[in-house]
Design a protein around this ligand. Structure first.
Ligand code: FEO
Length: 621
């Protein structure tokens, strides 16, 4: 019997769940099952977005039949040919002889590799930017190579503002009657599985995921329909902001993940002592026994936490087997931007620590805590001092990385409640931290539009994306602060305020409350040259943004440093794509992020991933 879910008047979920699958792709445990999503658009033409895995094809076919009713299927859009989404394609090709297969050239190649169907005459090939009208709806095709395979594309329904996102924004876990993320407590019950899905399936391809996010940022998106997991129709920013962190390998949490491999419990003992001493100092810790916890969970945690400790016994003159597998997994998933500490154990010739360091040293931007701890069989009193040194080094590193400007606020001066008109000269097409307060809740986000409108009264305007939580707070409270960022602002400040959603993160968790202006709203005293407090007098609705017009109530210069401009940010602050270690020169594809190593790029070079030519490449050094 069919089991459908209605999404909009003419969009129907026709997918199915599998709770019997033990290992997704044969490697990732899925204790909560997995959903294979497929969507039918009933327009003047009927359009199906992908199919499902063969394990659930019967339910899918019943669903499709019911959703079509007496109609036939006019188009199938193949966004991703991986068999968990295309297993029923051949059946549909036979069943609906007039159905067109909409896909890109690379997908067609893969269809022929996986399935023998002779479909050339049935194919409608699309490329980046192509559109297809199906009646009331217009479908726009956006290539997303390597998110997760090279042929992947996503589809934007510009009529209803729906992004059919293929593997992006998906999650492990069957849908238990609910289809929309807002029907469940996603943050509490599903975010871990969304992270485990992203990091293990797409994690290696951060550059390509970032490229897709950049394209998506140019679109107004009201709903996201992925191929696994929940459909997003509310609070889209909460999952998009996670993707911004994950795709740039930016940690979500300041704290220490400890993974250990222990044969007789002695290495575990050292790891436990370290964790206890870190906790005693107020540092957040999580621990995993790599012989027990599936590697996919530890890979996900490594993407989540800022500091990683690996403790391993030596085995066959190398790293213990389960730890070796984990390290290899992390390297192949491109882990980067982390601080790492190592504890090794060995009864006669400890080598595991040096080998772990060697392997992780090949990853980008890994900072090692200098003193590795080397234990002989079991931890002794003399090694406790080394553990304390490691604790101190980790705390020092954590503090340095969490200096998000408002910490140590007790040292911040009390600001005069005055308006210094010189502050207006700090405004440029720059970047600013916009802060607001609603009761006890503080929040801040990055904006790039603050403009003086009039001098008397002193009035400014700000444009704020409606997806931002700060936007909603200002709509409600009608007050805000603007902290003007300077050229010395490190990228992590932009990540902190720009890549998290305040709906699920307290961005000021580590701050003290003294850095407030007279309106009792937090401002950012570090990496800023001025703060402006303002009271909203008028709002103008601009589809994706609200323009707030506001009277300045307080304006204070904080430093003489130059304001950061948007251009300066891109030229000097936002990290540039990097060449793999050892490579001296190369070129990056601006479309998909593919890196070609070498001094020259031949004029006829074609990107092997997205098939764009040399004009879409730029040099990296
Ligand atoms: Fe769910 Fe890349 O397939």
């Amino acid at each position: 019997m069919h089991c459908l879910k209605k999404i909009t008047e003419n969009l129907i979920w026709v997918g199915a769940n599998d709770r019997r699958l033990a290992m997704f792709e044969g490697v990732y445990s899925v204790p909560n099952g997995v959903s294979y999503n497929s969507y039918l658009l009933n327009d003047e033409k009927t359009v199906l977005f992908d199919t499902v895995d063969k394990a659930v094809q019967q339910r899918f076919l019943e669903n499709l039949c019911e959703a079509l009713g007496s109609r036939t299927l006019d188009y199938i859009v193949v966004q991703h040919i991986e068999p968990d989404h295309s297993a029923v394609l051949s059946t549909l090709v036979s069943r609906y002889p007039n159905m067109k297969v909409v896909c890109n050239k690379k997908t067609l190649d893969f269809i022929k590799q996986f399935y023998s169907s002779d479909i050339d005459s049935r194919v409608h090939i699309v490329k980046e930017g192509d559109a297809l009208s199906t009646g009331r709806h217009t479908l726009n095709f956006v290539m997303a190579p390597m998110v997760h395979w090279p042929e992947v594309m996503v589809t934007y329904d510009s009529t209803d503002k729906i992004l059919f996102s293929a593997d992006a924004f998906g999650s492990f876990g069957a849908l238990n009657g609910a289809l929309f993320a807002d029907e469940v407590d996603f943050e509490r019950d599903y975010m871990d599985e969304a992270r485990r899905y992203y990091t293990n399936i797409v994690g290696k391809y951060g550059t390509q995921a970032e490229a897709l996010l950049a394209k998506a940022a140019t679109l107004r998106i009201d709903m996201i329909c992925p191929l696994h997991g929940f459909v997003w129709r509310k609070r889209l920013q909460s999952i998009i902001s996670k993707y911004m962190l994950w795709s740039t390998y930016a940690p979500e949490e300041n704290g220490v993940m400890i993974a250990y491999a222990s044969v007789y419990g002695n290495t575990e003992n050292a790891a436990e002592i370290l964790a206890c001493r870190l906790r005693d100092k107020g540092i957040k810790t999580v621990m995993f026994d790599v012989s027990v916890t599936p590697a996919s969970e530890i890979v996900a945690a490594a993407f989540q936490w800022s500091h990683l400790v690996f403790a391993s016994t030596t085995y066959n003159a190398g790293i213990f087997v389960t730890m070796e597998a984990l390290i290899s997994d992390l390297v192949s998933h491109n882990i980067q931007n982390r601080t790492v500490a190592i504890i090794e154990n060995g009864t006669w010739a400890a080598t595991s620590g040096t080998l772990i360091r060697e392997r992780l040293g090949k990853c980008r931007n890994i900072t090692f805590i200098d003193k590795m701890i080397s234990i002989e069989s079991s931890i002794k009193k003399r090694e406790l001092a080394q553990i304390d040194s490691m604790v101190e080094a980790l705390i020092a590193s954590l503090s340095a990385q969490s200096e998000i400007a408002v910490k140590k606020a007790a040292q911040a001066p009390v600001l005069p409640n005055t308006v210094d008109t010189k502050v207006m000269s700090t405004l440029s097409y720059g970047l600013f931290v916009l802060t607001a307060r609603d009761g006890n809740k503080n929040n801040g986000c990055i904006i790039n539009t603050v403009t003086q409108i009039t001098e008397k009264p002193l009035r400014i305007s700000i444009a704020v994306n409606k997806a931002n939580y700060t936007h909603d707070m200002i709509v409600k409270t009608k007050e805000f602060n603007v902290s003007v960022l300077t050229e010395s602002t490190p990228f992590r400040v932009f990540q902190h305020f720009g890549f998290h959603s305040g709906r699920d993160t307290n961005k000021f968790a580590e701050c003290e409350s003294e850095t407030r202006t007279a309106n009792n709203i937090i401002y950012v005293p570090k990496f800023t040259n001025a703060v402006i407090s303002a009271k909203v007098t008028e709002t103008v609705n601009y589809e994706t943004h609200t323009l707030f017009i506001a009277d300045v109530t307080q304006a204070i210069m904080l430093s003489q440093e130059r304001s950061v401009t948007y251009q300066y940010y891109f030229d000097h602050i936002k990290p540039k794509p990097q060449l793999p270690k050892g490579a001296k020169k190369g070129y990056i594809c601006k479309i998909c992020g593919y890196v070609h190593e070498g001094d020259d790029l031949p004029q006829d070079f074609i990107c092997p991933l997205c098939k764009h030519g040399v004009k879409d490449f730029e040099p990296i050094n």
